[in-house]
Ligand binder design. Structure first.
Ligand SMILES: Cc1cc2nc3c(=O)[nH]c(=O)nc-3n(C[C@H](O)[C@H](O)[C@H](O)COP(=O)(O)O)c2cc1C
Length: 381
């Protein structure tokens, strides 16, 4: 076997053994039904990609109604969504790998068409991105903060009932959990902001509440993961030194694994670090085997995935690679490296089981996927 390293088993959480080192990265599809339930297109998309990976992490789902971040995002903020979540869990687990539900509150990174009551830690305007405009949030009041924490716990209870094998807290990408952790967006001077200790309070309270629900309700192994954006590029934003402190506390608080969301898992280095080590290497050395480390970021080929494992990852999360190659793991197993596509065109959409609405977003977002738009481009590869 050519890429043997990718096919070693790993224990991600007590009694949760994965058959290989490839995870489906959490990916929103923009394709849910208008009532917030999982659609036929989404079910097919997950089934198609879940067959050979070691772990499936679903796209994010909002734990409160005003926590929605994207159009066509399936919901988890009420018990009435349990049948929909059950459908998703069944599809995501249909290939035999465990599946985790990624839960979040979008906070300031939402759309005015979806949310009128935009909330955050403080009244600091969010940064405009490809999927969200710059919005000014209203600071959450103390009792509302407690409600959000409870909402994460309630969504976890629903994930357990639905049949998932874990939840992943989305503490990355500027959404509400990161919004509280960041010194740039959290300017509070109560117990939820100010010092690093206070900025960690919200993420850690969420971990604590979720952990209690798992202990009370899960009758089977059930993991609790945490996704982190290790740094913010802007001045006054998060740095890896903050994130390492949080990681210590997350591990003490009982998370099963840490999942770093990186621009480039193989190359990215900290903004202020001059040691030359990659972020993955720094995280690996710092965590020192206390919990498994996952990361995503521009891993496209099996050879790159193996290098990422050599650099210190326990598990490699694939995003775009799996959108473009639902059979990525099967190709890697037999060493058919040249079968892995690095681009996609509209002609591939049906064959790859890409929901039409996801495809529209991909086409309309320049500089994201490598989209071949015309015949000449397609023939050139
Ligand atoms: C279509 C798409 C949807 C995504 N949705 C989410 C999401 O719901 N939650 C999340 O944490 N990251 C999301 N991401 C980011 C990916 O999980 C991953 O971190 C990123 O794509 C980099 O990995 P890649 O280069 O392998 O695609 C999404 C990425 C893609 C391509």
């Amino acid at each position: 076997m050519k890429h043997r390293k990718l096919f070693e088993q790993i224990t991600l959480a007590p009694n949760l053994v994965l058959r290989n080192r490839i995870a489906m990265a959490p990916m929103t599809t923009w394709a849910s039904n208008d009532d917030g339930t999982v659609s036929d297109d989404e079910e097919a998309y997950y089934r198609r990609r879940a067959q050979d990976v070691g772990l499936v992490i679903t796209g994010c789902t909002h734990v409160q109604e005003n926590g929605i971040g994207f159009t066509g995002e399936f919901a988890a903020h009420d018990d009435r969504f349990i049948p929909s979540l059950t459908r998703l869990a069944t599809a995501a687990k249909s290939g035999g790998a465990p599946a985790f539900l990624q839960i979040f509150h979008a906070g300031v990174k939402t759309l005015p068409a979806l949310v009128s009551d935009v909330v955050g830690a403080s009244a600091v305007e969010g940064e405009a991105g490809p999927f969200a405009p710059a919005l000014m949030p209203r600071p959450l009041r103390e009792e509302e903060i407690l409600e959000v924490i409870q909402a994460f716990a309630d969504a976890t209870r629903r994930a357990i009932i639905a049949g998932f094998d874990g939840v992943e807290l989305h503490g990355a990408h500027g959404f509400l959990i990161q919004n509280f952790f960041s010194p740039h967006t959290n300017r509070r001077n109560d117990r939820w902001g100010g010092s690093l200790e206070n900025r960690m309070r919200f993420p850690l309270a969420v971990v604590d509440a979720v952990k209690s629900v798992i202990e009370a309700h899960a009758d089977r192994p059930f993991a609790l993961g945490y996704r982190i954006s290790v740094e913010e590029g802007n001045e006054g934003g998060l740095r890896i030194t903050d994130s390492l402190q949080l990681i210590d506390r997350l591990i003490d608080g009982g998370v099963s694994y840490v999942h770093a969301s990186l621009g480039s898992a193989l190359d990215q280095r900290p903004v202020d670090d001059t040691s030359g080590r990659t972020i993955v290497r720094i995280l690996h050395d710092y965590i020192a085997g206390r919990v498994p480390l996952i990361a995503a970021g521009q891993i496209r080929t099996a050879e790159q995935a193996e290098r990422a494992i050599d650099e210190g990852l326990s598990l490699v999360a694939l995003g775009q690679g799996l959108v473009m190659n639902p059979d990525w793991v099967a190709h890697a197993r037999v060493g058919r490296d040249s079968d892995v596509k690095l681009s996609v065109s509209f002609q591939d959409v049906a064959r790859l089981t890409i929901p039409q609405r996801l495809w529209t977003i991909i086409e309309d977002t320049p500089g994201w996927f490598n989209v071949l738009r015309n015949q000449a481009e397609r023939q050139a590869i």
